[in-house]
Design a protein around this ligand. Structure first.
Ligand code: FES
Length: 257
């Protein structure tokens, strides 16, 4: 297949950036989208030009590094598919493809298609952990976990933190990511000790980072390559209310209970 690519090129965070046209010739339908970009980059390097910068690591839908907006849709808009899992057979000979980075105030562009998602790291640092005593691993059956809770926790833990939810949201909200990270800990017994402190701290950090508010467009759910449900946002909001009330300084014994 021969394709025409329109790729966002931006030298650094200060540069204004612009779309640049490239011809991608002899593209195999069996290539992944990233392999197609690799071939384009090999040609650019051979011509002495600056290759297109894009993020990737695992190339198998696990690490969450590879997100780009393809023809206006995060990861290209195929259900449950990351950019690295997207194959060129979904395109046709002669297609024009527009490739852009995530667009969100909280995700500044570093270069071309690479954005700084450090805001996600700081949300995790604010509370995405459990505090446990070190020592030998406890017996696996020592803490019974109801099957529905473990299933739901695993659904939330499937979030790979790619940022497609933010890129797809008209408000640039990070509610789906944050709620998934809060829920996969808050649904398990080990996460109970810090459950309500966690939700308040992580939501506050989310706001501090400049993400927008969730107004239930649910574009995040549609764009999520791991098909995380917006039910987790509702769960986060319920826990946030409980956490906020229990941390009121005028409340005797205010805490995580
Ligand atoms: S490169 Fe790891 S999810 Fe795509």
């Amino acid at each position: 297949m021969n394709l025409v690519l329109h790729v966002w090129r931006q030298k650094n965070a200060q540069d204004k950036g612009k779309m640049v046209r490239y011809d991608a010739k002899g593209v195999s339908p069996d290539m992944s989208f990233l392999e197609m970009l690799d071939v384009v980059n090999e040609e650019l390097i051979a011509k002495g030009e600056d290759p297109i910068a894009f993020d990737h690591d695992c190339r198998e839908g696990i690490c969450g590094m590879c997100g780009v907006v393809i023809n206006g849709l995060a990861h290209g808009g195929h259900v449950g598919t990351t950019t690295c899992q997207l194959h060129m057979r979904h395109f046709s000979d002669g297609d024009e493809i527009y490739i852009e980075p995530w667009r969100a105030k909280a995700f500044p562009v570093i270069k071309d298609l690479v954005v700084d998602r450090g805001a996600f790291d700081r949300i995790i640092q604010a509370g995405g952990y459990i505090s446990v005593a070190t020592g030998n691993a406890p017996d696996g059956n020592a803490i019974p976990v109801p099957k529905p809770s473990s299933d739901l926790a695993m659904d939330a833990a499937a979030c790979i933190g790619c940022g497609a939810c933010v890129a797809a949201c008209p408000n640039g909200a990070a509610a789906l990511f944050t709620s998934a990270k809060i829920s996969h800990l808050g649904l398990l017994p080990q996460g109970q000790a810090e459950r309500f402190r966690r939700v308040v701290d992580m939501v506050q950090q989310m706001d501090t980072e400049g993400f927008g508010n969730c107004t239930n467009h649910r574009e995040c759910e549609a764009a999520c390559p791991k098909q995380i449900s917006t039910d987790f946002i509702a769960r986060m909001n319920r826990d946030y209310i409980r956490g906020s009330l229990s941390r009121r300084p005028d409340k005797v014994g205010g805490g995580d209970g």
